[in-house]
Design a protein around this ligand. Structure first.
Ligand code: SF4
Ligand code: SF4
Length: 59
């Protein structure tokens, strides 16, 4: 996944849906830990298009 920090509104929606709990809301950005399996959940819930799955096989 690709994180576009300039689009992020720090709503925290992606943090809540990451099945691997890789995302953490910092003061003005999302911290992303290693281990992303490109499940695509965070992209789906992001209201601002700040997360893009660039190499996803998901439909
Ligand atoms: S694609 Fe899935 S595993 Fe990766 S950060 Fe988003 S919700 Fe977490
Ligand atoms: S869902 Fe989108 S706007 Fe909200 S914190 Fe995550 S990346 Fe930022």
């Amino acid at each position: 996944m690709k994180y576009l920090i300039e689009n992020c509104g720090c709503c925290g929606a992606c943090v809540a849906v990451c099945s691997n709990k890789l995302l953490e809301l910092n003061e003005n950005e999302i911290i992303i830990r290693e281990g992303c399996d490109n499940c695509g959940r965070c992209e789906i819930v992001c209201p601002l298009g700040a997360i893009i799955m660039e190499d996803s096989n998901e439909v």
